[in-house]
Design a protein around this ligand. Structure first.
Ligand SMILES: [Zn+2]
Length: 337
């Protein structure tokens, strides 16, 4: 691992020395926002076991003023409070790791010398979601301030990547995949059955094609690129079946694909059991349905939320798996950043 900082290790050691492992779910988070030193320049690294790993694109960490901190038990947007204020942690400290007898135990991981090795043994899936919120700001408000959930990464329409938790901690984003996965919520309003008017409202057209028009009630989008206009990577709406039901959706933005490729390459390099491929059928086509329990247990790689459960359609029919995976393989053929 590169660029380990003495300051960071000292901070982590101080954090973890006082921490009984693992913390109960209703406990206060330990050393939440103080774990990582604040970067003085643009950060292009994700945080794994307290160490920084460069991925070649900017990353807004949870410790930054404009970041999203999944360790916090406070409301991220106190000026927009929910009817019922959630309490307690929104994530599980540590990861489930395998024991020699085949059962699992919860390990606090972070700050321990074995963190990297234990995490590499425990983590073999990358789960892709769309957020049905449209922006990362809105997504974090719903996940953290309302639903008491979490996800490691948020990817906004302009390609801005936010990390909300160290990967050594378990985010609550995909039930049975939580303990073995990294999750990302990609800003996109999602997929709808034909005849639904949501996409008409969100995607008007101008001379250059469709673009995202955020609803008036969303007073702040939180998008960091000033004046950014979010346009789908493909102008046409994409229609496709998931779990045998037809949905329509607009594609992600090119900026989102570009960042996602860089992040996925960083994850595949850091976690060698995480294969740069998705579930495929016997003919080699991308699966558009849920895996069986046995298939899910065996699968090590990148998958959509719909591959995990029949209840979900994300990342939807417009997510271009082959474009993404081809770019990922090309990125992995280059030297690491
Ligand atoms: Zn999802």
């Amino acid at each position: 691992m590169k660029l380990r900082t003495t300051l960071l290790l000292l901070a982590l050691a101080a954090c973890r020395a006082a921490e009984p492992a693992p913390a109960p779910l209703d406990a206060e988070p330990v050393c939440a926002s103080s774990r990582i030193e604040r970067p003085s320049a643009r950060n292009d690294m994700i945080v794994v076991c307290g160490e920084r790993i460069p991925i070649g694109v900017p990353v807004v960490l949870w410790t930054e003023r404009d970041g999203y901190d999944a360790y916090s038990t406070e409301l991220r947007f106190p000026g927009e409070p929910p009817k019922e204020r959630p309490a307690g942690l929104r994530y599980q400290p540590g990861r489930k790791v395998a024991k020699d007898d085949g059962t699992t135990r919860l390990s606090s991981l972070s700050g321990t010398p074995a963190c990297g090795a234990e995490l590499r043994a425990a983590l073999d899936q990358f789960v892709i979601h769309y957020d049905v919120c449209g922006t990362s700001r809105q997504c974090f408000k719903i996940l953290h301030d309302r639903r008491k959930l979490s996800v490691h990464f948020l990817l906004d329409v302009d390609g801005t990547l936010y990390q909300t938790l160290d990967l050594s901690d378990t985010a609550w984003h995909a039930r049975q995949a939580n303990s073995r996965s990294v999750g990302i919520e990609i800003a996109n309003i999602g997929a709808y059955k034909p005849g639904d008017t949501t996409l008409d409202e969100w995607y008007p057209h101008d001379g250059e094609g469709p673009y995202v028009r955020f609803p008036a009630w969303m007073k702040e989008t939180g998008i960091r690129t000033s004046g950014f206009v979010a346009r789908p990577a493909r102008a046409e709406r994409v229609t496709g079946a998931i779990h045998g039901t037809t949905y329509e959706m607009h594609d992600l933005t090119p900026q989102q694909y570009a960042t996602l490729v860089k992040l996925a390459a960083g994850l595949c390099r850091a976690f060698p059991t995480l294969r740069p491929d998705c579930p495929r059928d016997a003919q080699g086509a991308v699966r558009m349905d849920a895996l069986t329990d046995a298939e899910f247990a065996q699968f090590r790689g990148i998958l959509g939320h719909f591959h995990i459960t029949k209840d979900k359609q994300d990342p939807g029919p417009a997510f271009d798996w082959e474009r993404f995976l081809a770019a990922l393989r090309a990125e992995l053929a280059k030297p690491a950043p």
